[in-house]
Design a protein around this ligand. Structure first.
Ligand SMILES: [Zn+2]
Length: 353
């Protein structure tokens, strides 16, 4: 199993200079590959380039260039399924490079030793956990002006949690983040203050002169404000997905693009969807690690039309109808809780557990 730990690192001025070289050379090589691809010329390997006058490429670890090439090839593979072709990288915005650790020990306490850099860079936060064999490390300079390093570990598979009989269905909402089949309505934490701050910083940015130093500083402030919003949302999702996967053996969620969402205003849908996709991803990997089963109910399952008590299929209900009564059995349903129960039933119908 692979596990990733992402930490902020604080390089000294000299180290930052070396990192900026790594970013720059890697970006140059990436853009060279993109350029060759665009003009349909066969790209040379970096080893050949080094011999042909681009000897400055040797200033940085060869692995960074090798990984740039790997990422470039992967980007083209992704085109077949879902993405646009790779494009040029800008020297503004996020910068990164990746190096592989081949059995060497790079981590010493809270210092990381990158190839060709003699001194260790300081890793912030608590002591680095000993998760297993370090496979690779990347380094990035993000728009908030800080350096980060995600460390990828190859570690032993965790023991699955003891079996439980509890099952849960989750229904996505716009107002409530999700409703469980147990009747619990879970709300997103209040992010208004953080969101307002991001809006304020955006306004301030628009008043700064283009190309000026103050604009650059303001951009960092804006990126930090945005990061705070995303961080708070992720924190909430992490805690919730941990709780759900700890307590339940089978978790049933709605497939994406549900009818409820399609009926909504575009923007609201996009926002809810974005959060939901991330959350579903967390449920997925946590379920796998804990030996739980995650089921995705059909995309077009009419979860809000079926009565969860008698199973009769009612008429289509506008989203404003929050509570309704079944015409056949007379049961009174909360729209979201009923949908969550239906999702659970639909998801567990096919599997024996
Ligand atoms: Zn009914």
């Amino acid at each position: 199993m692979f596990d990733c730990v992402k930490r902020e690192i604080r390089p000294s001025a000299d180290q930052a200079g070396y990192l900026s070289k790594c970013f720059g050379h890697t970006r140059w090589y990436w853009n060279y590959l993109v350029d060759c691809g665009k003009s349909k010329v066969r790209a040379k390997s970096y080893a050949d380039l080094k011999q042909e006058g681009f000897d400055w490429l040797s200033e940085i670890p060869a692995q960074a260039l090798a990984n740039a090439k790997l990422h470039y090839q992967q980007a083209w593979k992704n085109v077949r399924t879902h993405t646009a072709p790779p494009t040029f990288h800008s020297r503004r915005g996020r910068q990164s490079f990746t190096v592989c650790c081949q059995g060497e020990s790079w981590l010493q306490g809270n210092l990381v030793f990158v190839p060709k850099l003699k001194s260790g860079m300081r890793i912030m936060g608590e002591a680095m956990p000993n998760k297993g064999v370090l496979k690779s490390a990347a380094c990035s300079l993000e728009p908030d002006g800080k350096y980060y390093a995600p460390f990828l570990f190859d570690c032993a598979n965790p023991e699955p949690l003891p079996h439980t009989d509890k099952k849960i269905g989750l229904d996505v909402g716009i107002e409530t983040f999700c409703t469980t089949s147990d009747g619990e309505k879970i709300k997103l934490p209040n992010l208004k203050d953080k969101e307002q701050k991001a809006i304020r910083e955006q306004k301030r940015l628009s008043r700064k002169a283009k190309g000026g130093k103050n604009r650059r500083k303001q951009k960092i402030k804006l990126a930090r404000a945005h990061k705070a919003v995303g961080g708070a949302r992720r924190d909430f999702q992490r805690k919730l997905s941990k709780k759900i996967t700890d307590e339940n053996q089978v978790i049933v969620i709605e497939g994406l693009a549900t009818k409820n969402m399609l009926k909504n205003h575009r923007l609201a849908r996009a926002i809810a969807r974005q959060g939901w996709r991330q959350f579903a991803g967390m449920l997925q990997y946590k379920a796998e690690r804990k030996g739980r089963t995650l089921v995705k109910a059909g995309r077009w399952h009419p979860s809000s039309r079926i009565c969860s008590a008698c199973g009769s299929r009612g008429t289509r209900k506008p989203l404003s109808v929050r509570v309704w009564q079944c015409l056949d059995c007379g049961a009174i349903h909360d729209r979201d809780i009923n949908a969550a129960i239906n999702i659970l039933t639909a998801g567990t119908a096919g599997i024996a557990c």
